[in-house]
Ligand binder design. Structure first.
Ligand SMILES: CC/C=C/CC(=O)SCCNC(=O)CCNC(=O)[C@H](O)C(C)(C)COP(=O)(O)OP(=O)(O)OC[C@H]1O[C@@H](n2cnc3c(N)ncnc32)[C@H](O)[C@@H]1OP(=O)(O)O
Length: 725
């Protein structure tokens, strides 16, 4: 744990050591402080280099210590000690310098980074602001505008971009510590005034107050409901308006306020939940620890529709050579152009960030009509449209062509994995890899484990997620898996509320004010209403397969809303046709406007079906839409489709635009209180007995009867349910 120092030609090298990421725990801060004090007091030492053990500078404050009552020594005084040192201090940044790690490096007089390293102030992602001088020193180094972008988004900046911005003084390809020692020797005896960032003026754009006012408006809009991005703008205002020492007080004040909020607790939970889900275990005992992933050196993607194109892009971005296959020449031409344009955009983005080497580091993409080219790939991802017969035909074909060690994946968003696996000669190597659109951007990969899937296959798919920079969540095989299974009920509830008298824009506003990235109606319009319509037609919920005499608003004993089907029959497919739940300026337009036509249509619909409408409050919108989703989450746990509430939360936070500052749907339920969720569901089910999905799940009831235990104990109450994992 301890930092230790040694002397190399008058340069003391202090190594921070707290595996695996050298998080600045109380003990580590204490140890570094002691080592710096020793080095400063040692006559033989003329300069100091600070580095992190095992190729990582530091991932910042130790988040696991956040909830402890006893507090360790403040990082701020260590950083001040370093900055005030008369002997030059150089940070040798390898791996990561994040949060408090970067703040410590900013206290050093010089910073050298390895080309593969990245730096950032991601406190905002944990619901906090940088509180060890980072938000005050950084604008003195790189200016208000660049700092604003870094601290409000928490983005990680690669070494070359950091050099361009001025965060680091030099980027090296190897021997970072040796280079740092050389630099330290070179600057011995030189004045350090200009290197003590806290003493410098803040670099401001002209009219900085107006700039910050505008930033506040933008940030409020972009991070709706989140408190910490607003506090980040406030810290910057303090940096501009106040002398450094007073700015420090303000920084502390904001941090201490945020530190006590529910939002930071939720975001810390979300952080650890993402790490937790990587540690999958099966009831058989197989787990992430015991299973060995196989190498993925080459991949193939079948189908170049919207999903296929972005999956190819995602693989290329991860430097995995990929073969993209289409069934006919016309589709191949269209698809390949689309992929090339996505890749060009990625290259441009990276070049703007200073990564000139990026072009060469994309994995090569080859386009083909020939299945024979797939003979040697390590993994195939099928991404054709949702038709079981077509998918089975492809899997049968792949079975005969691909090498026996190749894994066969499907990007289905809800069809039966086992049915596809059953037509192959390697059912144990078939797995669902459900990407989210656009796949080269969205962080989630739902990894769907079928009945036959082996632990090696699971472990390889989970490794693929990591290689693609995604969070893989292992779920069981059931219709629509986890994400879409819950989402379907949420959307359905929103449509019922429109039947009952609400308007799409009221429902969207309520849910967006809650924090969701997009309300259900804008989401349906964006995705295309025709997709769900086709799926419902195929399974006979509407269209020619629907038995004659079926009541319009009932399927079996359940309520059904034909509204989305009718909109499609009228050619209203959403954005693509310029009208759906909203109207748009043109086909493909993005500006959703309430549509008076829809109001007339809804009144007529309500009249025809003799519907009694009522005033739907914002509270009812939130509760019915979200609690029905949460209720299904409990059923998913009960059915053994997800192994814990964390899995559901990670899926929603990363794939469905759920506001991370509420932790995810299951965590949110735990904060609202399970007895409250149960009572509300009972009330809404009582009023709507034809919506059985509102009927509280038995697992929710069980948890309430056990006294509303904290979320981390829920798994232990699952009992001996038959796990599908
Ligand atoms: C006084 C308060 C001041 C606060 C300022 C701060 O510094 S707040 C903290 C800011 N830092 C971060 O937010 C960094 C978060 N970490 C990451 O982004 C990533 O973990 C990483 C460092 C980029 C490494 O990513 P990688 O994919 O390689 O590994 P994992 O994410 O799986 O992490 C490995 C294990 O390390 C644990 N861990 C990571 N960061 C921290 C941290 N800051 N504190 C404590 N623990 C950390 C992580 O939980 C993993 O642990 P496991 O037990 O293996 O699950």
């Amino acid at each position: 744990m301890a930092a230790f120092s040694y002397i190399c030609d008058s340069v003391a090298v202090i190594t921070m050591s707290n595996p695996p990421v050298n998080a600045l725990s109380s003990a580590l801060i204490r140890a570094v402080q002691k080592a710096v004090e020793e080095a400063i007091g040692d006559f033989a030492v003329e300069a100091i280099v600070i580095r992190g053990d095992k190729g990582k500078f530091s991932a910042g404050a130790d988040i696991r210590e956040f909830n402890r009552l006893e507090r360790g020594p403040p990082l701020v005084s260590l950083i001040d000690l370093i900055e005030d040192s008369k002997k030059p201090v150089v940070a040798a940044i390898e791996g990561v310098a994040l949060g408090g790690g970067l703040e410590l490096a900013l206290g050093c007089h010089y910073r050298i980074a390895h080309a593969q390293a990245y730096v950032g102030l991601p406190e905002v992602l944990l619901g906090l602001v940088p509180a060890a001088g980072g938000a005050l020193r950084l604008p003195r180094l790189i200016g208000i505008s660049a700092t604003l972008s870094m601290i409000t988004t928490g983005k990680y900046v690669q070494a070359r971009e950091a050099l361009k911005l001025g965060i680091v003084d030099k980027v090296v390809g190897e021997n970072t510590v040796d280079e740092a020692i050389q630099l330290a020797k070179k600057v011995i005896g030189q004045p350090l005034g200009s290197r003590q960032l806290s003493t410098l003026p803040v670099q401001c754009p002209p009219n900085v107050e107006a700039f910050l006012d505008e930033a506040m408006v933008k940030v409020k809009k972009q991070f709706r409901g989140a408190q910490s991005p607003l506090a980040c703008v406030e810290v910057l205002r303090a940096a501009v308006q106040l002398p450094y020492l007073e700015g420090k007080k303000k920084e502390r004040e904001l941090f201490q306020f945020l530190y006590t909020t529910d939002q930071t607790r939720a975001q810390q939970y979300a952080f650890f939940a993402e790490r937790e889900v990587a540690k999958w275990t099966l009831p058989s005992g197989a787990s992430w620890k015991t299973a060995s992933p196989q190498p993925i050196r080459t991949a193939a993607v079948i189908g170049l529709g919207t999903m296929g194109r972005s999956i190819v892009t995602s693989l290329a971005k991860a430097k995995i050579p990929v073969i993209a296959l289409e069934q006919d020449k016309k589709q191949l031409d269209i698809g390949s152009k689309a992929v090339m344009s996505l890749l060009d955009r990625e290259i441009l983005k990276m070049e703007q960030l200073g990564h000139t080497e990026f072009t060469n580091s994309l994995g090569p993409v080859q386009f083909t009509l020939d299945y024979g080219k797939l003979r040697d790939v390590d993994i195939v991802i099928e991404a054709v449209f949702e038709n079981m017969a077509l998918k089975k035909e492809i899997f049968r074909h792949l079975s005969g062509i691909c090498k026996p060690e190749a894994f066969l994946c499907t990007n289905t968003s809800g069809l039966d994995i086992d049915e596809m696996a059953s037509v192959t000669n390697r059912p144990q190597m078939v797995i669902g890899t459900h990407f989210f659109s656009p796949a080269h951007i969205m962080k989630l990969l739902e990894v769907v484990h079928g009945h036959y899937t082996s632990s090696t296959t699971i472990s390889t798919a989970m490794r693929l997620a990591k290689m693609l920079g995604k969070v893989g969540v292992l779920v069981g095989n059931c219709p629509s898996f986890v994400g879409n299974r819950l989402m379907r009920l949420y959307v359905e509830q929103a449509v019922f509320l429109v039947e009952e008298g609400s308007k799409p824009e009221e429902i969207d506003r309520a849910l967006e004010d809650f924090g969701l990235a997009m309300g259900p109606f804008r989401m349906m319009d964006l995705a295309g209403l025709d997709i769900g319509w086709k799926a419902r037609t195929e399974i006979g919920l509407t269209g020619p397969k629907l038995p004659i005499g079926t009541p319009a608003r009932q399927r079996g004993s359940k309520r059904y809303s034909p509204l989305p089907d009718i909109l499609c029959e009228k050619g209203r497919f959403g954005q693509k046709s310029g009208q759906g739940w909203y109207k748009y300026e043109k086909s493909g337009g993005r500006n959703a406007m309430p549509d008076p036509w829809l109001y007339n249509f809804l009144s007529e619909y309500q009249r025809i079906h003799n519907l009694k409408t009522h005033y739907v409050t914002q509270e009812e919108i939130i509760e019915r839409c979200l609690y029905v989703l949460i209720n299904e989450g409990f059923k998913v746990l009960e059915d053994g489709i997800a192994s814990g509430p964390e899995d559901i939360d990670v899926i929603y936070n990363n794939g469905y635009g759920w506001p991370k500052y509420t932790g995810g749907p299951m965590y949110y339920a735990s904060i609202v209180g399970l007895p409250v969720v149960l009572t509300k569901l009972e009330k809404y089910y009582g009023a709507n007995p034809d919506i059985p999905d509102l009927k509280p799940s038995s697992f929710l009831k069980k948890l309430v009867s056990k006294g509303n235990p904290p979320l981390k104990e829920w798994r232990s109450h699952l009992g001996f349910q038959s796990s599908m994992l």
